[in-house]
Ligand binder design. Structure first.
Ligand SMILES: Nc1ncnc2c1ncn2[C@@H]1O[C@H](COP(=O)(O)OP(=O)(O)OP(=O)(O)O)[C@@H](O)[C@H]1O
Ligand SMILES: [Mg+2]
Length: 563
């Protein structure tokens, strides 16, 4: 079959078709060029963004990095080319954290999880540990699954957070110790708390505090935490002797490791038995003299950074303060006790002396004057019979003088020691004394309520109660300008109570006897002293214009200690 010649029309149609196709191709080509340009542009942009980004950017496929930005490499201490196609994520993650990180990557590759945000600990080319926060998601790269993501080095943030938490713990520990010191705890309890806090704060196996004994022969372990043995034996004093004045640096923390080594060498056996290898120790100082040691130690070899040595120094200062404070308190309590003992002895001696004097006045001088009086009377009788009226008259003038002297001696003797207290007891003596008082001071109305039986008052309290009533009523007469005074001696439950209450001018607040100044005037302070030394409680209530009341009470449950 011969090819038919194409008609002109047909040729024109084909030409048009070819022209259309050419136009389409041209359009496609410009489209392709536009797409290529756009692609290039976005790749440049992506690179610009990632290359300058402060975060690390990565792409992982087949367990190797296919892309990392310079910052990603820098964070881990590598060059980009050392990572890309050469290293994988496992090389940059701390061994302990790899199982979790590896699992997270697997989940994204497998499509179980689209995106994830978490933290892990990374490892730099130098081996140094860093904290990383990662945001990773699944992606397709060259037609196959991959993981792309960004990372941030959050080491500084984590460390400062850790520091803040640590400071907070230290502050809390110090707060608890300060509270314990303010409370009524024993030295041992407070040091035990301090030692426990040191061990927790510095994360050591053991901590202990030792203080020299009074004879400066050895250091006694006052408190310890974490030791295998219940109590460590005493430590050698040589350690403290080495911490002499020349050895006091401004920053004792600087020598803390040296101190520990010294202590370890001196107490070799003890430290070996406990398996203590590393530690720090701070000598405790009171006025530049070493009085003890605070030590923390570990059964492994570890370093103690400056901040930890500072903590131990601070704790050491607190411990030294607490020890010296408690020792001073003990000394004070001891001298207070001695003083009380002396006062009691003094009052007892005074009472004995009064008794002796009264006895002598009564039995000695009193008896002789009575004898003189008797002789004068019999002389007078004889002279009268011989009717020597002049001599009688002279002798008669002597008689009242002698009588007065007898009475005066009796009064002084009774004042010194009312004998009837030994013979008739307190109740009778008090009633007699109150009668005397009322007779002498008739301008003051005395209201007297003695509401207990003689047998109810312990023997040792009788003279004490009488003396207090005597002092208090003397004061009422001397100072109060009162119109009324109320005296009560009563028994309430297991309590004996003496009350002397006047409605006078009261004690001026600037007077030496105001409650705050109690102890300066002899009368008031001796009343208080007698009450307290006999195991009682003394109370003075007064104020200008409201009168004065003195209340002394003794519990019958406890034996009066004043003899
Ligand atoms: N009942 C009272 N009313 C008013 N003032 C009083 C009363 N008791 C004491 N005072 C005041 O308190 C002061 C101290 O009293 P205190 O008994 O200690 O000493 P004194 O009476 O002055 O001397 P002493 O008792 O040694 O003889 C008195 O000087 C007086 O100013
Ligand atoms: Mg007085």
């Amino acid at each position: 079959m011969t090819r038919r010649e194409k008609t002109k029309e047909e040729l024109i149609r084909e030409l048009n078709q070819v022209k259309r196709k050419a136009a389409q191709l041209k359009q496609l080509e410009s489209e392709r060029r536009r797409v290529a340009e756009a692609l290039h542009e976005s790749e440049t942009m992506f690179r610009k963004i990632t290359e300058r980004s402060v975060v690390g950017v990565y792409l992982i496929q087949d367990d190797v990095f296919r892309y990392v930005n310079p910052n990603m490499a820098a964070i881990f201490g590598y060059k980009v080319e050392e990572l890309v196609d050469h290293r994988g994520p496992e090389d940059l993650v701390l061994d302990e954290d790899w199982p979790e990180v590896g699992e997270n990557i697997r989940k994204r590759i497998s499509g179980e999880m689209e995106a994830i945000n978490y933290r892990f600990r990374g490892k730099k080319s130098t081996g140094e540990m860093i904290h990383i926060e990662v945001y990773g998601s699944r992606a397709d790269y060259q037609g196959r699954p991959a993981v792309i993501g960004t990372i941030l080095d959050i080491t500084d943030r984590v460390e400062s957070q850790h520091n803040i938490e640590m400071q907070l713990h230290r502050f809390q520990a110090l707060y608890h110790i300060a509270m314990a010191m303010a409370a009524e705890h024993t030295l041992e309890e407070n040091l035990a708390l301090l030692v426990r806090s040191c061990r927790e704060l510095l994360k050591t196996d053991v901590s202990l505090i030792a203080v020299s004994d009074v004879n400066l022969e050895k250091m006694l372990v006052y408190a310890q935490s974490g030791l295998r043995r219940k109590k460590l034996r005493d430590l050698p004093m040589d350690f403290l002797k080495r911490q002499g004045v020349g050895n006091t640096s401004d920053r004792p923390g600087d020598d803390a490791e040296v101190c520990f080594e010294q202590l370890k060498a001196l107490a070799k056996k003890e430290f070996r038995n406990e398996g203590l290898l590393s530690g720090i120790a701070i000598p405790l100082r009171a006025r530049k003299t070493a009085i003890g040691v605070l030590c923390v130690a570990s059964r492994s070899n570890r370093d103690f950074p400056e901040s930890e040595r500072d903590v131990l120094c601070l704790m050491g200062n607190v411990a030294a303060l607490e020890i010296t404070r408690k020792q001073a308190e003990e000394r004070l309590a001891q001298s207070e006790n001695e003083l009380r003992h002396l006062s009691a002895q003094l009052l007892r001696a005074q009472e004995d002396e009064r008794k002796r004097l009264a006895q002598e006045l009564h039995d000695g001088i009193g008896q002789s004057i009575s004898a003189i009086k008797f002789r004068i009377e019999s002389c007078m009788k004889q002279v009268r019979e011989n009717s020597d009226q002049r001599t009688v008259a002279q002798l008669e003038t002597l008689l009242p003088m002698v009588q007065n002297t007898v009475e005066e001696v009796q009064r002084i003797a009774v004042d010194l020691r009312p004998f009837i207290i030994d013979d008739l007891g307190l109740v009778a003596t008090l009633r007699w004394f109150l009668r005397q008082f009322q007779n002498t001071y008739s301008n003051i109305r005395l209201d007297n309520r003695i509401g207990l039986e003689e047998e109810e008052v312990p023997e040792a309290l009788k003279i004490v109660i009488f003396r207090i009533a005597q002092e208090a009523l003397n004061n009422v007469a001397k100072h109060s300008r009162a119109k009324r005074v109320h005296v009560a001696l009563r028994k309430r439950k297991d309590l004996i109570e003496l009350l002397i209450k006047d409605n006078g001018v009261g004690i001026e607040s600037d007077s030496s006897a105001s409650p705050s100044n109690l102890g300066k005037g002899f009368g008031l302070s001796s009343m208080k002293e007698r009450t307290e030394l006999s195991g009682g409680m003394f109370r003075l209530d007064t104020g200008p214009g409201v009168g004065t009341s003195i209340r002394a009470s003794w519990s019958l449950k406890t034996d009066p200690c004043y003899r």
